[in-house]
Design a protein around this ligand. Structure first.
Ligand SMILES: Cc1cc2nc3c(=O)[nH]c(=O)nc-3n(C[C@H](O)[C@H](O)[C@H](O)COP(=O)(O)OP(=O)(O)OC[C@H]3O[C@@H](n4cnc5c(N)ncnc54)[C@H](O)[C@@H]3O)c2cc1C
Length: 451
């Protein structure tokens, strides 16, 4: 294909093709194990740039991928020979303090929102990784350390604006295109159109300080991991909703086996210590509880993230208690990491609280009554070990799938049969209908799009 200016005519914003020196960095996703070669990447700086890109792609019969923060686990925000519509520069933020409302252009990242919101005394129910795109996060539901108290990211969304397949800007909220609004709260990523802005209702600014909760265990064994999993599953139902946390059971290249819990408690360190008491029953428990402002706590969490990684990871919904035999099997999953793995883990992300107060059919995010998200991951550094590590996750995923009830679309996996049903449960049929209405020619298509 001839990538000359006549061919690219109509595209506006910064246009990057394989002939451009920045192409190699521009095509990269946060997951560096994704290695795709788009035909064109366009960095949109205005809504009009997005409109032009959507129209251009159809004129030239080039498939579209939408990219905000570029954190999709399987790399579905890019592809070979596609047009990547990158909205990361469309990231202006506006805070309306009189109504506690945040207006956000859809390319903003978690850290950008936290900085503005936090420095104005607000909290924001975003994700843990600083560079995840808030729109990508929210369109798939959006779990973070404030979720049990304030709901998922999508539960705080009031309205969005989207560029549809005709290049028209349409609004969706409770009153206007309410079916699209319903669908975009859990199943909007990559489907329906390019979301260019979002409006969030923020929780009342809270005077209360946040306790950053972190805990670990000295000298971890497989038996200890299984025991702590058991404490977790008995402890979580009925837990004070001001506490949201995740716990990882891992096997790290240098350190070996470990357990690490972290999250936010909207209350004092002393109260948090009380709540964590059951975990102290297992020997070697060490808690680090730091009270601070919301923003300071967020900054400490952000600091733990590397600028990128090579990984395979996915997550399912756990809805029941596991027997001792099952817990032993779950702990076994991380005992023998793949060759070249630097970090292998299963991680439990607490649900419940406000997340469960919404009905399963009220929004596209379906698994409201699950107890926690059950994640698995493997991280490597040398490309030679990529396939080995992917296989390691895929094999263990089969067992996890057999004891869980659905997949979290923000923690996706490519080899998933009936993926609509797995991601969206009984909401899948309605979602496909809504998709047929708003994107009748499947212009916004990717390997796991609605059909
Ligand atoms: C290190 C790391 C940490 C994470 N932590 C969390 C977490 O704490 N909680 C959680 O819930 N998830 C988490 N995730 C998952 C993350 O929320 C999802 O991968 C999310 O989809 C990423 O959004 P993005 O914009 O960064 O990624 P992208 O790759 O740009 O987009 C992800 C998907 O959403 C679509 N999309 C993005 N923006 C738009 C838009 N504006 N309009 C239409 N479609 C769009 C893309 O086409 C793609 O299909 C994490 C992921 C990583 C890699």
């Amino acid at each position: 294909m001839n990538l000359d200016s006549a061919f690219l005519k109509g595209l506006t914003g910064e246009v990057v093709t394989p002939l451009n020196p920045v192409y190699n960095s521009a095509r990269q996703e946060w997951n560096r194990a994704i290695n795709k070669f788009p035909l064109v990447i366009v960095y949109c700086e205005s809504k009009q740039d997005v409109i032009n890109a959507v129209l251009w792609a159809q004129k030239h019969k080039v498939s579209i991928r939408i990219r905000s923060g570029g954190h999709h686990y399987e790399g579905y925000s890019t592809g070979n020979f596609v047009l990547v519509i990158d909205i990361s520069r469309l990231n202006a933020l506006k805070l309306d303090k009189s109504r506690n409302i945040l207006q956000m252009e859809a390319g903003a990242k978690n850290t950008e929102v936290y900085d503005l919101i936090g420095s104005n005394g607000y909290v924001f129910p975003g994700g843990t990784c600083p560079t995840v795109g808030v729109s990508g996060f929210t369109l798939g539901g959006g779990w973070g350390y404030s979720s049990r108290l304030y709901g998922l990211g999508c539960d705080n969304l009031l309205e969005l604006e989207l560029v549809n397949y005709q290049g028209r800007l349409i609004k969706a909220n409770r009153y206007h295109n309410s079916d699209l609004f319903w669908a975009c709260r859990g199943a909007g990523g990559g489907n329906f159109g390019v979301v260019v802005s979002m409006t969030f209702q923020l929780p009342e600014p809270a005077a209360v300080r946040v306790t950053l909760v972190r805990f670990s265990y000295a000298v971890t064994t497989k038996e200890k991991q299984a025991k702590v999993m058991d404490i977790w599953q008995n402890w979580l139902p009925g837990l004070d909703k001001r506490l949201t946390l995740s716990v990882s059971f891992y096997n790290e290249e240098e350190e070996g086996l470990g357990i690490f819990g972290s999250g936010f408690f909207y209350g004092s360190a002393e109260e948090a210590r009380q709540l964590l008491q059951p975990f102290a029953a297992v020997k070697g428990f060490q808690a680090d509880l730091q009270e601070s402002s919301f923003l300071e706590a967020v900054k400490k969490v952000e600091a733990a993230y590397p600028p990128f990684e090579k990984f395979k990871s996915t997550g399912r919904f756990a809805g029941r208690s596991y027997s001792p035999v099952e817990l032993n099997h779950i702990a076994q999953l991380v005992q023998n990491p793949a060759d070249g793995s630097v970090y292998a883990a299963v991680t439990f992300y607490a649900l419940g609280g406000e997340i469960a107060s919404v009905g399963k059919r009220e929004k596209a995010f379906y698994y409201r009554d699950a107890r926690y998200i059950f994640g698995i991951q493997s991280v490597w550094t040398e490309d030679a070990f990529a396939e080995e590590n992917r296989k390691w996750v895929r094999e263990r995923f089969e067992y996890i799938k057999s004891i869980t009830e659905g997949s979290y679309v923000n923690f996706p996996i490519s080899n998933l049969k009936n993926y609509e049903r797995e991601y969206f449960g009984a909401n899948a049929e309605r979602l496909n209908r809504v998709n047929g209405k708003y994107d009748p020619f499947f212009v916004f298509r990717f390997p796991q799009s609605l059909r």
